[in-house]
Design a protein around this ligand. Structure first.
Ligand code: GLY
Length: 341
């Protein structure tokens, strides 16, 4: 009788064989022998650990990129999850999207009081005929899917930042990621009381042992934004794009300027035409700088990309952007090259 234990053994053998065959084929084609995960900013180091737990157990890239960014959604952060800075009305609204190796994708935007927007985005992808749900509809869907409605309460650090912001209520164009968010704009990393640097959007890309790519992206967007404002992060093609034959890209920084160049999709297209991940990111950053002209000195945008072979690269407008890399041999933070020095 073909019992459950045999089935599990056969399945496990099947998976091992598939991975062994995949590894051999990948080695012959010069592809990465190890799974790879990369994610934006310093917080990516912690997020990558959770993703690596999935990848190193021969899990799917899709599971890895969901689990990874959930760590950041749970953390005390200026710019991701329910602890983040609110909009001008004092309410936290969250945006996220996810994409797998087969062009399946899901997104939520302007979502309130739900802890893990990335998981709601995945449910949109897997359980609805749609790609994106927003606002009240997204929240209703999340509740119907069993997510809890969290209290509408700002974290202590968000309360402090909001009080300070209300004194001037001055929304400036987000400036570069230097020193201090209060002085330099809503996308700049803020220094936490612990002394650690906080960060912007987390975007994550993974290549799994089967050679499949997936990506995720989650944020609260710009602190003190207009109510209803949505940036690039939940927009497939802008904040995130995955084409399993070519590569994948995520964006961070000023979303408006990522959207206007269809940033992540354009980086993937540049890789399709033969550019390396870094060269493709650089091409798009140069495009943003050309479009923004002298205003480019006041904004930060960064792209982070991986190709089908597992090569990674990044480029930003200003110095200060870094990304976290994890493979079987490496776990580190990499400082990206930038247009301005
Ligand atoms: N990149 C995050 C945002 O613009 O909302």
């Amino acid at each position: 009788m073909y019992n459950r234990r045999k089935f599990i053994q056969t399945s496990a053998l099947g998976i091992s064989a598939a991975i062994a065959t995949g590894n051999k084929a990948r080695a012959q084609e010069g592809l990465s022998k190890s799974p790879v995960v990369i994610s934006t900013w310093d917080a990516g180091l912690e997020a990558n650990k959770a993703a690596w737990a999935v990848l190193s157990a021969n899990g799917r890239a899709l599971d890895a990129v969901e689990r990874g960014v959930m760590v950041t959604e749970d953390s005390l952060s200026c710019c991701v999850g329910l602890g983040a800075n609110p909009d001008r009305d004092g309410l936290v609204t969250l945006d996220a999207c996810i994409m797998d190796e087969a062009f399946n994708c899901g997104a939520v935007a302007f979502l309130e009081r739900i802890k893990h927007p990335i998981s709601v985005a995945r449910r949109v992808m897997e359980k609805t005929p749609h790609v994106m749900l927003v606002g009240e509809g997204a929240q209703q869907f999340a509740l119907a899917e069993g997510f809890s409605l969290e209290p509408q309460q700002l974290s202590e650090s968000a309360q402090r930042s909001y009080r300070e912001w209300l004194q001037k209520s001055n929304y400036r164009s987000p400036r570069i990621n230097v020193e201090n968010q209060k002085e330099h704009g809503p996308f700049a990393p803020a220094k936490l009381s612990s002394g650690e640097w906080n960060h912007d959007t987390i975007g994550m890309l993974a290549l799994d042992a089967f050679g499949n790519l997936s990506g995720s992206c989650t944020t609260s967007g710009a602190g003190f934004k207009m109510r209803g404002r949505i940036g690039d992060s939940p927009i497939i093609g802008a904040g995130l794009y995955v084409d399993n034959e070519v590569g994948a890209c995520v964006a961070t920084g000023q979303g408006e300027d990522v959207i206007r160049v269809a940033g992540s999709s354009a980086v993937v297209e540049a890789m399709r035409s033969g550019k390396s991940p870094e060269a493709a990111c650089r091409q798009l950053i140069e495009r943003v700088v050309r479009i923004k002209k002298e205003k480019a000195k006041d904004i930060q945008v960064a792209f982070l990309a991986i190709d089908k072979k597992g090569a990674v690269g990044s480029f930003s407008i200003h110095p200060g952007f870094s990304y976290a890399l994890r493979t079987a041999d490496q776990e580190k933070l990499v400082v990206a090259k930038s247009y301005f020095k």
